[in-house]
Design a protein around this ligand. Structure first.
Ligand SMILES: Nc1nc2c(ncn2[C@@H]2O[C@H](COP(=O)(O)OP(=O)(O)O)[C@@H](O)[C@H]2O)c(=O)[nH]1
Ligand SMILES: [Mg+2]
Length: 285
C-alpha cells in the first residue's frame, strides 16, 4: 500500500491526474467515445443527427447545425476541460446577492432554467474529466440557492444559478436578474429547457426576460435520453417556432444534451470554448 502511494507520489503530474480521472464516465473523453460504433459516435457528438432523419422535409435543418465543429475541434476544446497545474479547474466561490459577486475578469457563462431542469448535472457533465470538481446535484428541486462560480483556469468561468419555478428562492429576482442584465463579463446565458416537457410558462417568462436584457443567449434542451422521439420532436418544433417568431437575441440553434448519457456534451464544450475565444475552430461551417 505504502509502495503504491510512493509510486503515485513520484509519478509526473499528468499521470497522477490520470489516476484520479479513472472515475470519470467512459464517454466523457472523445478518445474513449470514438471507440463506439460509428453511428453511436455520431449521435453522441452531434445529437441532432439522431433526430434529423425523422423531421419533415419542409423543416429547415440548417438552423439546427449552425455550429457544427469537426471532431478535431472538439478534441481541442476537451483539453480546456482537463485540470492541470497551469490550468486549474475548480469551484471558486458562491454569491447570494449582487454585492457578493466575485471580481473575476474572465468571460462568464451563466446557466439558468427551472429548478430540476438539469443545470447542475450539465455542469457536472462538462467537468466530468475533472471529477474532483464538486458540483452538487440534488433530487430535491430548489437545491441550488446561490450562484456558484467555477473557474476554468484563466480561460472562463461557469456559473450555476438557482432555478426558477417550483420552490425558487425568493431572492431570484433580486439576484439572478440583475446579474444577467448587468454583469459585464457575462458572455452568454444558457437557458435550459427540459426536452421531455418542452417550454413551460416559467420558461417563456425567462425567455421574455432574456429578450428584455438584449444580451445573447442560447437554449439547451436537456434530458433527451428520457424523451420518446415523438415527444422530443414535438417540443423541438414548438421551441423553434417560438425562437423564430418571438426572439431576437436567442441563438437559433438549440443544443440537445443528456448529462447522463453524455449526448451533446462534447459539442457544448466546444461551443463554450469557441464563445470565450479559447480555441480557434478549424471548421467554421
Ligand atoms: N435522465 C436524465 N436525468 C437528468 C439529466 N440531467 C439531470 N437529470 C436529473 O434531474 C434531476 C435534477 O437535476 P439537477 O442537475 O439537480 O437540476 P437543477 O435543479 O436544474 O440543477 C436529478 O435527479 C438529475 O439526476 C439527464 O440528462 N437525463
Ligand atoms: Mg442545481
Amino acid at each position: 500500500m505504502f509502495c503504491l502511494r510512493l509510486k503515485r507520489w513520484l509519478q509526473p503530474w499528468s499521470q497522477v491526474c490520470a489516476v484520479s480521472r479513472q472515475s470519470a464516465h467512459r464517454l466523457s473523453s472523445i478518445l474513449q467515445a470514438t471507440k463506439l460504433p460509428p453511428q453511436k459516435v455520431q449521435s453522441l457528438l452531434y445529437p441532432f443527427s439522431k433526430v434529423e432523419e425523422f423531421l419533415d422535409r419542409s423543416v429547415d435543418r440548417t438552423q439546427f447545425q449552425l455550429f457544427h465543429p469537426s471532431v478535431e475541434d472538439m478534441v481541442q476544446a476537451e483539453k480546456l476541460f482537463i485540470s492541470s497545474r497551469s490550468h486549474k479547474i475548480d469551484y471558486y466561490s458562491s454569491a447570494e446577492r449582487m454585492g457578493h459577486l466575485p471580481a473575476l475578469q474572465q468571460p462568464e457563462m451563466g446557466f439558468i432554467g427551472r429548478s430540476n431542469v438539469g443545470k447542475s448535472s450539465l455542469i457536472k457533465a462538462l467537468f466530468s474529466l475533472t471529477p474532483e470538481v464538486e458540483v452538487r446535484v440534488s433530487k430535491t428541486p430548489g437545491h441550488t440557492k446561490k450562484m456558484n462560480f467555477f473557474k476554468v483556469g484563466k480561460a472562463f468561468t461557469i456559473v450555476d444559478m438557482p432555478g426558477y419555478g417550483y420552490r425558487a428562492p425568493k431572492d431570484f429576482v433580486d439576484m439572478v436578474e440583475p446579474y444577467l442584465c448587468q454583469r459585464k463579463n457575462l458572455v452568454r446565458t444558457f437557458l435550459l429547457v427540459d426536452g421531455n416537457v418542452g417550454l413551460q410558462k416559467a420558461d417563456l417568462i425567462a425567455l421574455e426576460m432574456c429578450e428584455e436584457f438584449r444580451r445573447p443567449y442560447v437554449i439547451i434542451v436537456t434530458k433527451i435520453d428520457k424523451c420518446g422521439l415523438g415527444v422530443l420532436l414535438t417540443n423541438l418544433m414548438n421551441l423553434q417556432e417560438v425562437v423564430k417568431t418571438q426572439t431576437t437575441s436567442c441563438f437559433p440553434q438549440p443544443f440537445l444534451v443528456s448529462s447522463l448519457q453524455f449526448w451533446g456534451i462534447h459539442l457544448l464544450r466546444c461551443f463554450i470554448c469557441h464563445l470565450t475565444g479559447s480555441i480557434m475552430l478549424t471548421n467554421t461551417s
